[in-house]
Design a protein around this ligand. Structure first.
Ligand code: ADP
Ligand code: ASP
Ligand code: MG
Length: 408
């Protein structure tokens, strides 16, 4: 019998009516002689609400206790969902992370899955029941509850699909697939029928939160096909699959944006060997990930360095860099959080030149100044002022012919 893992996001289980509708959907799949394992998120907004509650009690919440709290969001939905299935005459059983168990490392708030036992899930499937698994959570080697990071239910679903050798992992969300850009900020965005793992991974890492990046990594590594679709319609969504020749015909597949970065500039740094290491080593030691780096040489053996860090680490990184600046005799450290990263992604870029200059032209024509640039084989990213984010996304989307009607 075919086996499908179906993951439903927060909007799909936002209230009891939605939960009942999704239960009907799962039953419809089951009736087509398909075994189904369900993975659920918390109700829409619930994880944010819990984070806010924690912040009211302890401004920087204890990571272990925060994970205990956040895991309750998914506990609510899986139990209600199992009840909805039972009410419809189908046997179902809910599972928290530790009941599966889904074993992770001990890093609270961004744990990585190490192993998932299939024994209980298999037994439940073999007895004709529907397992309903809590997304986003696991158990550490010490037996503590861990969570995987925001959007982590996608990763749970793909990992469960991989260990059970499922035929397909379906990700049900509030849009009916992966679009050429976020349909909520660009009304001319188009649904993509098929996208390669590589492109999806770039899009996810550059801000398209429709899939969590680690879920795409898992899917790619184990060749698990994904189908991203809406829980409100029966329309086919987007298949995320291995690349084939037809995909290279498209130059740019998607445009993404992210407001998760901040910029730090350190000026008049003495330009000598080892200076970059003395700036970046302490940042890395604090577990802060530096993304783009630009170095500009000045006259008189001096240099300026500009780099980006995650916005949530900006204050901490600024403190570290100010201290280093004093030690190495640099002139000044400046920070800027009002930036955004806009990117274009496409496997077709590999064999075409001129894509970057076209991107810069489009931004220039709209009066948008580029602050930093980074490229890889299949993506180009520009840091711009945050206030231009939507304008830049729409301009690039249009300029690369992705808008509805443009290529039809
Ligand atoms: P879920 O709660 O189902 O996991 P998310 O909110 O995590 O849903 O992801 C879905 C959202 O991703 C959409 O509502 C959309 O605004 C956003 N999104 C960003 N980029 C894209 C894209 N390229 N295609 C589709 N959705 C996108
Ligand atoms: N509930 C978690 C979150 O909001 C996990 C998820 O929805 O994927 O981030
Ligand atoms: Mg999500």
């Amino acid at each position: 019998m075919a086996l499908i893992v179906q993951k439903y996001g927060g909007v799909s289980v936002a209230n009891c009516d939605r939960i009942k509708k999704v239960a009907d959907r799962v039953i419809a799949s089951k009736k087509q002689d398909t075994d189904v394992v369900v993975v659920l998120s918390a109700m829409a907004g619930e994880t944010d609400r819990l984070i806010d509650l924690a912040g009211q009690v302890q401004p920087i919440p204890d990571p272990r206790e925060l994970d205990v709290l956040l895991s309750t969001g998914e506990q609510t939905t899986i139990s209600l969902f199992a009840m909805a299935l039972r009410e419809r005459g189908f046997k179902a059983m809910s599972f928290l992370g530790h009941q599966v168990p889904i074993e992770t490392d001990p890093v609270h708030g961004r744990a990585r899955i190490h192993d998932i036992s299939t024994k209980r899930l298999r037994d439940v499937l073999d007895s004709g029941q529907i397992p309903v698994v809590a997304g986003f959570q696991g158990i550490s080697p010490d037996g503590d509850i861990t969570t995987l990071g925001r959007g982590g239910s996608d990763t749970t679903a793909v990992a469960v699909a991989v260990v059970l050798h499922a035929d397909l992992c379906e990700i049900y969300t509030d849009v009916d697939g992966v679009y050429t850009t976020d349909p909520h900020i660009c009304s001319t965005a188009r649904k993509i029928d098929r996208i390669s793992y590589d492109e999806m991974m770039e899009m996810a890492s550059l801000g398209a939160k429709v899939l969590e990046i680690r879920s795409v990594e898992f899917a790619m590594r184990y060749g698990m096909p994904l189908h991203v679709r809406s829980s409100l319609t029966d329309n086919p969504g987007t298949y995320v699959v291995a690349e084939d020749e037809t995909m290279e015909e498209v130059l740019v597949s998607g445009v993404t944006y992210s407001r998760n970065d901040a910029r730090i500039t350190i000026t008049k740094v003495p330009d000598r060997p080892g200076i970059a290491a003395s700036i970046f080593n302490p940042i890395t030691d604090a577990n802060i990930v530096v993304d783009m780096i630009i170095q500009n040489t000045r006259a008189g053996d001096l240099t300026d360095m500009t780099f980006t860090v995650p916005r949530r680490n900006h204050e901490e990184a600024m403190e570290i860099v100010k201290k280093v600046a004093r030690e190495i005799g640099a002139e000044q450290v400046a920070g800027d959080k009002d930036i955004a990263k806009v990117s274009i992604v496409g496997v077709g870029m590999r064999d075409h030149s001129g894509v970057a200059s076209k991107m810069f032209d489009i931004l220039a024509r709209h009066g948008i100044n580029i602050l930093m640039i980074s490229t890889s084989e299949i993506k180009i990213s520009c840091i711009i002022e945050e206030k231009y984010t939507e304008l830049a996304v729409r301009a690039l989307h249009d300029g690369f012919g992705l808008s509805k009607g443009a290529a039809d």
